[in-house]
Design a protein around this ligand. Structure first.
Ligand SMILES: *Cc1c(COP(=O)(O)O)cnc(C)c1O
Length: 452
């Protein structure tokens, strides 16, 4: 009998069970994505901004393969939750959304990373995708593409209100207006939006960060005035990411752009837990144990002997490594003796005869695997090869001892965003509750082998 430390899967059909069995044969780890959680997170964000009639729309940010959750299923779940916009950084993902079946009748799509010379603005304009411009070569390239296609480009003017990344600075804005105004008058471009991004919206408790966000908002409004004076007032403005959507009602404007909230996390654990915001983490990452064996006290574990077993014990191999996106910085050290260092690695929930236990990566994370010191006899604990362990899940409350991606982020000295986006696509993504969340048309768009 194998034990399971992850939540039971809500299979929707016999085919779902067969898909799961096939995934287990293909790879010893699975990322299971709960589309209902994602839909509900979006519905909650939409309700927070006042609902569909509030004058504030919500964009599901699905860049980077929907933060590693899978582009198309996540986009469809966001739409099912009431998003009326989708956003991607890279143009090819925006085009993919249209090619995969999300037409302009369903939602607007905005894409924003480009260089003025190579991005296929012509294809984007033809596919009814809104584009951001934030540089003079960008304006020239968009205008040339719109003329070539014979259709106006829907443009969002990106302004640098203080983030220091993309967009026109206040000093450079006159030159931008000098190009934008005649193009808008001629009908080559349509000025749809004005937008910007916040640097520290996730720290509402740090006064100097609140002040710097206030300053960004003021600068943002000055840009709006300059556009109005120039005769190209934006139809909509947008500035708020998840953090601002949750905590700054005054700057939601006509559109909010939450990303991490859709996937069920708060942007910074300093803001609290996902549950504090009625968000539910959508992904759980599980794996099936490889070799489980007994070793003696003082046994070196993994490269560099950074972990020496403190006692006679059993170890278990988790078949995930840095080639899967498990951060090597989440390695666990325990050096006995003079050089004693004790740094716990990333957490793993393991089911034993006595219930769940939380273990930590012992020693260095390898390319395809890492090791757990079970701190006891595997035979007595009832832990065996083939058992399913859970690296992170929704964090079902203290008594469950269930780690979240925030816990892995702490162990790896990073943020939850990087934990998901690093997960390689060789780990199967499997979708739970698809039939409950999506209508028949949308279900048909998804890879049937990915549905549970
Ligand atoms: C990623 C991103 C967002 C979403 O940020 P979250 O912190 O995930 O909510 C919004 N806007 C832009 C421009 C982004 O790049």
């Amino acid at each position: 009998m194998t034990r399971n430390a992850a939540a039971e899967i809500a299979f929707s059909s016999e085919q779902g069970k067969a898909n799961y069995a096939a995934a287990l044969r293909r790879y010893p780890a699975q990322a299971i994505v709960d589309l209902k959680a994602m839909r509900d997170n979006m519905a909650h964000l939409v309700a927070m901004v006042g609902g569909p009639a509030s004058g504030t729309a919500v964009m599901g940010v699905v860049k980077a393969d929907a933060y590693g959750h899978g582009l198309l299923p996540s986009a469809l779940a966001a739409l099912a939750g009431g998003a009326t916009w989708l956003g991607t950084a890279q143009a090819h993902e925006a085009l993919l959304l249209r090619q995969l079946g999300i037409g302009p009748d369903r939602c607007h799509i905005l894409t924003w990373v480009y260089n003025g010379t190579e991005v296929p603005f012509d294809e984007l304009i033809e596919a009814d995708i809104d584009v951001s411009v934030g540089s003079l070569p960008g304006i020239d390239a968009v205008a040339a593409a719109a003329r070539k296609v014979g259709k106006p480009a829907r443009v969002h003017v990106k302004v640098d209100s203080g983030f220091g990344r993309n967009g026109f600075t206040p000093a450079g804005f006159d030159a931008a207006l000098a190009k934008l105004v005649p193009l808008a008058k001629e009908g080559v471009i349509q000025i749809i939006g004005q937008w910007s991004h916040l640097a520290v919206a996730d720290s509402p408790d740090v006064p100097e960060f609140v002040t710097s966000t206030d300053r960004q908002v003021e600068t943002f409004k000055e840009f709006t005035q300059r556009m109005e004076h120039a005769g190209i007032a934006p139809q909509i403005r947008h500035l708020a990411n998840t953090a601002a959507t949750l905590s700054r009602p005054k700057i939601r404007f006509e559109l909010c752009r939450p990303g991490i909230g859709l996937y069920g996390y708060e942007p910074d654990p300093a803001m609290g837990e996902p549950g504090d915001y009625r968000l539910k983490p959508a992904m759980r990452l599980q794996a099936q144990l490889g070799t489980v064996k007994d070793v003696e006290a003082g046994h070196g574990i993994s490269y560099g002997r950074t972990y020496l077993t403190p006692d006679n014990t059993s170890t278990a191999i988790v078949p995930l490594g840095y080639a899967d996106g498990i951060h090597r910085s989440a390695s666990g050290f325990d050096m006995q003796g003079a050089k004693h260092v004790n740094k716990p690695g990333g957490p793993v929930r393991v089911m034993t005869v006595e219930g769940p236990r939380l273990y930590h990566v012992s020693g260095r994370v390898c390319m395809d695997q890492f090791i757990l010191d079970l701190h006891g006899s595997a035979a007595e604990l009832g832990v065996a090869e083939g058992d399913t362990v859970e690296l992170f899940g929704p964090g079902r409350g203290e008594q469950f001892l269930e780690p979240t991606a925030d816990d892995w982020a702490r162990a790896a000295d990073t943020i939850s965003y990087e934990i998901f986006t690093c997960l390689r696509n060789r780990i199967p993504r499997l979708y739970e509750h698809a039939a409950e969340v999506l209508d028949a048309h949308d279900l048909e768009l998804l890879d049937p082998a990915s549905l549970l």
